[in-house]
Design a protein around this ligand. Sequence first.
Ligand SMILES: Nc1ncnc2c1ncn2[C@@H]1O[C@H](COP(=O)(O)OP(=O)(O)OP(=O)(O)O)[C@@H](O)[C@H]1O
Length: 209
Amino acid sequence: MPPAASPAPRLQVRHLQSPLAGPYSFTLAAGECIAIAGPSGSGKSLLLRMLCDLDPNTGEVLLDGAPRAGMSAPTWRAQVVYQPAEPAWWLPTAGEHFQPGQMPRVRELLPQLHLSPALLEQDISRLSTGERQRMALIRSLACHPKVLLLDEPTAALDPESVTATETLLRQETGKGLSLILVTHSATQAHTLGHRQLHMRDRMLSEDAA
Ligand SMILES: Nc1ncnc2c1ncn2[C@@H]1O[C@H](COP(=O)(O)OP(=O)(O)OP(=O)(O)O)[C@@H](O)[C@H]1O
C-alpha cells in the first residue's frame, strides 16, 4: 500500500499581492496559529484584507486545496473570517447580529470571555470598547470559520480579558481552527503563535523582530 497522501494545508498563499503590498507566499496548517508583528503602517492589515479578498489583489489563495478563485466572495468569507481592529456593527444590539442557529454557540462563548448574556440586548453603543471587542470575537467564532484573521483582538482589553481571550483562542486552535493573528504583543505572539512572522515595509519574514 502506498503511504496516504498528506492533506493539503488549510491555507496556501501564493504570490498574493496588490499595488500596495506583497507578494506574500506562505502556508497555514489546520490548527496552526501564525502570529504577525511589525510596526504600525507596515502592511499587516493590508495582508489580512487581501486574504479575505476585501482589497483588489492578484496571486492565488487555496483553502484545503480549493482555489479561492472558484468560490463566490460570500462562500470564501464564511470560511475565512476577517475581524478588523475596529469591527463594524450595523444593528442596534449585538444580539441582533446573530442567527438563531448560532445562539447555542454564543451562549457557550459568552462566559468564557466574561461577558453577561444581558449585553446581547443592550444598545451596542453602550457596551465598553473591551466588551465590544470580545463580542466581536464571539461573532467571528459563531460563524465556525476554518481560518480566522484577527487584527489586534486584545488591544482594548484588561489583563484578565486578555488571558480569557488567549485561552479561548488556544482552545479553538486545539480543535482545528487556523489563525492568523496580528498583534503588537511579543508575549502574545509567542504564547499563541506556532510561528512568528514579522512585517516590515510591507515585506513578511520569518525572522524575529
Ligand atoms: N487603500 C489604501 N490606499 C493607499 N494606502 C493605503 C491604503 N490602505 C492602507 N494604506 C497604507 O498602507 C500602509 C499599511 O497599512 P496597514 O493598515 O496595513 O498597516 P498596519 O501594519 O496594519 O498598521 P497598524 O499596526 O497601525 O494597524 C499604511 O501606510 C496605510 O496608510
